[in-house]
Design a protein around this ligand. Structure first.
Ligand code: HEM
Length: 371
């Protein structure tokens, strides 16, 4: 049966799409190419953000299940990697923006004031969905919280503020869902519901720390013995000593409130375990998930840094149209906004394969010993 023929321009709503680049003018005939490009890049980037949100929701939903099937992990990895690529695309557009000179941008900048990327609800949604904590947010330096900036100037809710407020209620965050999943990881063959699990995990951590101390000592001697003076040698010894202390504090989760400590410590031990014994069949995909998340966060941080460099090139260090300290504010976000901190932290602690504590209960991980 012949259906209605779908036409390209109808399917992608081309005419509507091409009529949306007018900014505050009735049509674009009066606009310079710079301004049309400025609007278009922002629109494309918001569309990439839209796709990123869809991917992140799907991945979060997958990990929020009580039982995450091994088979679904490759799907999750694809979603995570796609999101990282979306951020690469956005960062790449900044090159195009840099074809605009400072003077040309200043020609239309006042039209958009006080509009600002600071009002991008979708970027906030992405941060919230990933799990950025409110306390980690950098204050704007005046009364405006990030939520206030999304409302209309008279304080009424806007579509942007409603979007973000709805996202705040959409829990768990990706970070929480991932941590919940990590918490269930068998460590040295031991699972959380098993009797003696706390002791088993603690034993793994202590053995790991011992192995790590030996590795660090060897590395320290190499660096120290080639240092030019006594003061340098002492400084190097002290630095390695601090690394050892911090490794222990991290793995025992000493900085978190006592009631949360066993849970956080188990998640950290799981991260270390997966990264360390990643050749085991059952750990291969979890390890890809972790690597994908690092890739995603790295792409996000590079997007922030790249944006800051582009902004510095186009407007220097002046105050932003959103009233922030401009480049200084953006640089702070690139430096401080991290969600998967523990995934990064574990990398500092890792040691060579040959130095790892012996594996216990390998059959739990689908490991088949060689004949
Ligand atoms: C000439 C081009 C651009 C300039 C001069 C510029 C400038 C700025 C400045 C100064 C801020 C800090 C907030 C403020 O006080 O306004 C900011 C924030 C922001 N901009 Fe841009 N921007 C440009 C292009 C873009 C593009 C193409 C995007 C596309 C994604 C973008 C997305 C954002 C976002 C999401 C924020 C909020 C960042 C945060 O709060 O973490 N900007 N921009």
């Amino acid at each position: 049966m012949a259906g209605k023929a779908t036409l390209y321009w109808d399917y992608i709503k081309l005419e509507e799409l091409l009529s949306l680049q007018t900014g505050v003018e009735p049509d674009e005939s009066e606009l310079e190419n710079d301004e049309v490009m400025f609007i278009t890049i922002h629109q494309i980037d918001e569309l990439w953000f839209k796709l990123a949100i869809r991917e992140l929701v799907r991945v979060r939903n997958l990990f929020a299940q009580e039982k995450v099937r091994e088979q679904s992990l490759s799907d999750a990895v694809r979603g995570i990697r796609r999101t990282a690529l979306l951020f690469d695309q956005v960062a790449h557009h900044f090159r195009l923006m840099e074809t605009m000179t400072t003077r040309d941008y200043l020609g239309f900048r006042d039209k958009l004031s006080p509009a600002s990327g600071f009002q991008s609800a979708q970027l906030r949604e992405i941060e919230i969905l990933m799990g950025l904590k409110v306390d980690d947010r950098i204050p704007l330096g005046h009364d405006n919280s990030y939520l206030r900036a999304l409302r209309y100037p008279d304080g009424r809710p806007s579509p942007a503020s409603q979007r973000v407020e709805a996202r705040l209620k959409d829990v768990p965050t990706l970070l929480e869902a991932i941590n919940e999943w990590l918490h269930r990881t068998p460590i040295q063959g031991s699972t959380p519901e098993q009797e003696g699990d706390t002791e088993n995990v603690r034993r793994f951590v202590e053995n790991y720390l011992k192995a790590q101390a030996i590795e660090a000592e060897e590395a320290m001697i190499l660096v120290r013995d080639s240092a030019p003076g006594e003061a340098d040698r002492r400084r190097i010894e002290e630095r390695y000593k601090q690394e050892r202390i911090k490794a222990r504090e991290f793995l025992l989760a000493e900085e978190v409130p006592e009631e949360d400590r066993p849970r956080v410590a188990r998640v950290r031990a799981a991260l270390l375990f997966i990264e360390s014994y990643r050749e085991l069949p059952l750990l291969a995909w979890p390890r890809e998930v972790l690597d994908g998340l690092v890739e995603l966060e790295q792409a996000f941080v590079i997007f922030r840094q790249r944006h800051a460099r582009m902004v510095e090139r186009v407007i220097g260090r002046r105050t932003g149209t959103g009233g922030s300290a401009g480049v200084d504010y953006l640089e702070q976000t690139a430096l401080r906004y991290r969600v998967f901190r523990e995934l990064w932290a574990v990398r500092t602690l890792m040691i060579r394969k040959t130095a790892l504590p012996p594996l216990r209960g390998p059959d739990v991980y689908g490991f088949v010993a060689k004949e």
